[in-house]
Design a protein around this ligand. Structure first.
Ligand code: ADP
Ligand code: MG
Length: 626
């Protein structure tokens, strides 16, 4: 029999194909199944055109058959098949796509979802097979043909027998080597997994004999014996959930799909089902999980949505579809509008992809805003899991995403047990309140004990209680919410005093200059200043920070390994109305120095800071007690 050479171009392409186009060998199965599906579509389409009714998709299965001894895997279909000439032109010429031609010849029909277009998918078989045999009988033909190739050397075509219309493609898998275990493609479970992964939504049943075991009939129930048997199993679920209409689907359907697909034991908080037509046409099914996966806040977590084109998975995790701050969203996008490259893999810079991503971003934001408004309980749960990511999003890129995210943030507050949004906070601000006040600390309870809180409470001002490391950085980056500036209650200048109060403090400061100087001298470099304040009520003193770095930021930054230590400029503020201040006024120089050390240490403790020398502190307290 005459052996034909692949055309020169084809030969080079074949080489490229086998060695570099695809990154994963396993996709060969996706390609063969896609071709089988295309061929079946064509047959179906012609039948419809000729007015043949009564053909059901269920009756046109695609079958996988494994022969472990012969090391072969066969993909069979009941599609349109190929004549000898078609084999010649479609399989003998790489980059010739019979499917593309079909699409061009037949106006785009609604019910037709042909996948092929590049004419290279078939050759992916040579990544795993040392020999490929195609037996095909074309629709309407009496005889069949066998096409055989072992790759580079070319191929042969000869007539043969085949009972039914359609195509069987048999791969003889390459021998296993140290790096590649081709035998895995003889494993039923591996094949089942690949079908689920790439071809779950092919519209025809993909079937395979699966080995199962059962109790032998009539055996002693005390000593059950087991036997293996084969069962023809449909591997794919066929109808993509997201292509059904929303009215057909119940919450339960969405939730079950989510749990199965993402191995989650809990229902998601929300699902978003979109079908959009316009500049780009796509379906999307998105989920907001109810809890963060174990690795969510680690480097190992990979964001992204699965990307499907006509029901075939193109990419498992397309990161470009989700911004980092919505990285918790899971789900998929299905669109026929992508300009796929030849390997159906890399498509980062696709214009349509960007359009889809921005559509999704808006939709996710609206869904979250809606949840916050109408289902606060669920939203709080969501925020506990992923709020940190949103705050981080508002902080990064120099606050670029602030507007998108600011209304999605929630904070603990001094005014109620429930968390509050910035909109809610500003709505209930009493008249005359200039700023949005916040305080940082380890817990809300600890924050509420801060000396500075008293005055704000007295004024009826609400204070946001920030407990996450990122919080204060985020506040500084956002700077303001709808023109209301954020202000830390630990700031040196809270701008709360009335003019009379300011005047009074000024007078007192002059009057007790020696006391204040004495305290400052005793503390030396530890503080930048010592001053009187009217913001304290029952507390004798507090610490505040001057300049860019707050005490809270100092704590957070100094926890980061390898960072140069930063230092907040501390100001010790004293309450002149407190009985302790009388003690300071009457103390001699030695006592005053000791009082100063003790008060400073206490102010640090209250702020949740470490004191420099606990032993010296304890000794001083004891000396004063004696
Ligand atoms: P594409 O699918 O992008 O067109 P392929 O290399 O996967 O390219 O396939 C090349 C051509 O071979 C297809 O367009 C089709 O005409 C033909 N072909 C491949 N597999 C089959 C099949 N199972 N039945 C009928 N025709 C097939
Ligand atoms: Mg193909």
């Amino acid at each position: 029999m005459e052996k034909k050479q692949f055309q020169a171009e084809s030969k080079r392409l074949l080489d490229l194909m086998i060695h570099s186009i695809y990154t994963h060998k396993e996709i060969f199965l996706r390609e063969l199944i896609s071709n089988a599906s295309d061929a079946t579509d064509k047959l179906y389409y012609h039948a419809m055109q000729e007015g043949k009714t009564g053909i059901l998709r269920d009756q046109l299965p695609i079958t996988l058959t494994v022969d472990r001894d012969a090391r072969t895997l066969t993909v069979s279909d009941h599609g349109c098949g190929m004549t000898a000439e078609e084999m010649e032109s479609n399989l003998g010429t790489i980059a010739h796509s019979g499917s593309l031609q079909f699409k061009q010849e037949n106006d785009k029909q609604e019910d037709i979802d042909i996948i092929g277009q590049f004419g290279v998918g078939f050759y992916a078989a040579f990544m795993v097979a040392s020999k490929v045999e195609v037996v095909s009988r074309a629709d309407g033909a009496e005889t069949a043909n066998r096409w055989i190739s072992d790759g580079a050397d070319g191929y042969t075509i000869e007539p043969c027998e085949k009972e039914t219309v359609g195509t069987d493609i048999t791969l003889t898998l390459m021998e296993d080597s140290e790096n590649d275990q081709y035998s895995e493609f003889l494993d039923e479970y591996r094949l089942q997994g690949l079908v689920k992964k790439y071809s779950d939504y092919i519209r025809y049943p993909i079937q395979m004999e699966m080995t199962r075991s059962r109790q032998k009939e009539g055996c002693d129930p005390e000593k059950p014996e087991w036997e293996e048997y084969k069962e023809l199993t449909t591997l794919n679920s066929m109808i993509p959930l997201w292509k059904k209409s929303k009215s057909e689907l119940k919450d339960e359907d969405y939730n079950n799909f989510y749990k199965q697909k993402y191995f989650d034991f809990e229902d998601p908080l929300r699902h978003i089902h979109m079908s959009t037509e316009g500049a780009v046409t796509y379906n999307a099914l998105l989920y907001i999980p109810s809890h963060a996966p174990m690795d969510y806040y680690t480097k190992n977590y990979e964001k992204g949505l699965a990307l499907y084109s006509n029901g075939v998975m193109i990419m498992e995790k397309c990161a470009d579809l989700l911004p980092d701050y919505f990285s918790f969203v899971r789900g998929l996008v299905d669109t026929a509008d992508l300009s796929l490259n030849i390997s159906r893999e890399l498509l980062q810079h696709d214009r349509h992809l960007k359009l889809i991503a921005s559509g999704l971003e808006k939709k996710i934001k609206n869904e979250l805003a809606n949840m916050m408004k109408n289902d606060r309980e669920a939203y709080v749960k969501f925020f506990q899991a992923f709020g940190l990511q949103l705050k981080y999003g508002a902080y990064v890129d120099y606050g670029m995403h602030k507007e998108l995210l600011e209304d999605l943030l929630l904070y603990h507050t001094s005014a109620s047990e429930d968390m509050v949004s910035l909109a809610e906070y500003t709505e209930r601000m009493p008249e005359g309140q200039k700023y949005i006040y916040y305080a940082c600390g380890e817990t809300k309870a600890k924050i509420e004990l801060l000396p500075q809180m008293e005055l704000l409470k007295e004024k009826g001002y609400e204070v946001l209680c920030l407990t996450d490391d990122i919080d204060e950085f985020c506040m500084k980056m956002m700077h303001a919410y709808k023109e209301k500036e954020f202000k830390s209650i630990a700031d040196g200048d809270l701008d709360l005093e009335s003019d009379e109060e300011k005047e009074e403090i000024k007078q007192l400061t002059e009057e007790y200059k020696t006391v204040l100087d004495g305290v400052k001298n005793a503390l030396g470099d530890k503080v930048t200043g010592v001053q009187l304040t009217s913001r304290l009520k029952s507390h004798p003193c507090c610490l505040s920070a001057k300049g860019m770095v707050s005490l809270e930021m100092e704590k957070v930054l100094n926890q980061q390994p390898g960072q140069e230590k930063v230092h907040a400029e501390r100001v010790l503020e004293l309450n002149a109305e407190h009985p302790i201040f009388d003690k300071l006024k009457t103390a001699d120089a030695d006592k005053l120095a000791k009082y100063a050390q003790v008060l400073y240490a206490q102010a640090q403790l209250i702020e949740g800071l470490q004191i420099d020398d606990p032993v010296a502190y304890a000794n001083t307290v004891c000396e004063l007690m004696l």
